[in-house]
Ligand binder design. Structure first.
Ligand code: UTP
Length: 279
């Protein structure tokens, strides 16, 4: 059974400077809720309530967000605004939160390896909060992946089809379908050069990883951009055994980019209006 979800959140978020100079990218709000809270709620829905953050310098606001603010509680206690804190109170009450710092930002693979101390030797999920995923038709993406893990008991990466001209921005898989939406991965390439992409099946920020990934990451040399790439480590897992690419049900917004962030804001504002009316 998977209990733990790791949130790498140590990156600099340079695409949002100067907004992210003193504020974590993960705390940028989509309407009324920070990105990271959407992610934690998705993890809770999947039954993962043991939350681990890979934090870094300047990320203290994340810790404060998932803690009680006594002053604020006192201030709005008994007023009509009290209900506005219900959702975050519920999240805090359902989860445990652990933190470790990535001292040097040496890539996503390195961030995940830094999280070993929070995970130990058990399978775990990884959620990149800047990929905001919603599924209006059913379970969230992580929940779908946990279900798939019960069946296959191997590492799983979430994938989606992206336009060919955008493939260069992503890690990409190659493989053969073993059931609808499920691929046995034979190859993975991080940010392929245009024309060299094996498919247009791009990896997005949801993973389930078996703990042998840590041993592989320890031996993984820096790859593209001098960073330790999680794609290279999972590709090594795929060479040794079964690794799955899962074309999830739902929609992803790339909130790590300004265009995706604005698109997500507009979509979430429509839902917000349904709940709260125009305001
Ligand atoms: P990104 O490359 O999308 O995030 O990494 P970034 O570096 O913060 O953003 P830009 O490109 O400068 O705008 C994907 C995820 O991996 C985490 C980031 O926090 C983000 O959630 N990450 C990346 C780390 O935790 N540590 C790293 O060394 C690199």
């Amino acid at each position: 059974m998977i209990r733990k979800c790791l949130f790498p959140a140590a990156g600099y978020g340079t695409r949002f400077l100067p907004a992210t100079k003193a504020m974590p990218k993960e705390m940028l709000p989509i309407v009324d809720k920070p990105l990271i809270q959407y992610g934690v709620e998705e993890a809770i829905e999947a039954g993962l309530t043991d939350i681990g953050f890979i934090s870094g310098r300047g990320k203290r606001a994340i810790e404060d967000h998932f803690d009680i603010s006594y002053e604020l509680e006192h201030q709005i206690s008994g007023t009509s605004k009290e209900a506005l804190l219900d959702q975050i109170r519920d999240v805090i009450q359902k989860c445990t939160f652990s933190y470790t710092r990535q001292i040097e930002m040496r890539g996503l693979g390195h961030a995940i390896l830094t999280g070993e101390t929070l995970i130990g030797r058990e399978p775990f999920a990884v959620l990149l909060a800047d990929d905001l995923c919603v599924n209006d038709e059913g379970n969230g993406v992580l929940s779908q992946m946990v279900e798939l893990y019960e069946k296959y008991r191997c590492s799983i990466v979430a994938i989606e089809e992206v336009p060919r001209e955008e493939v260069y921005k992503y890690g990409v898989i190659d493989g053969k379908p073993i059931e609808p939406g499920v691929f046995e991965i034979s190859k993975m390439v991080e940010k392929p050069r245009p024309g060299e992409e094996p498919t247009n099946l791009a990896i997005i920020g949801r993973y389930i990883l078996t703990p042998d990934i840590f041993d592989i990451l320890r031996k993984t040399e820096p790859g593209l951009g001098g960073e330790i790439q999680i794609t290279d480590a999972i590709a090594e897992q795929a060479r040794k055994g079964l690794v799955i690419g899962y074309n999830f049900k739902g929609k992803r917004f790339d909130c790590g980019s300004v265009a995706g962030f604005v698109e997500a804001t507009n979509a979430m504002y429509e839902k917000f209006k349904e709940r709260n009316g125009d305001c």
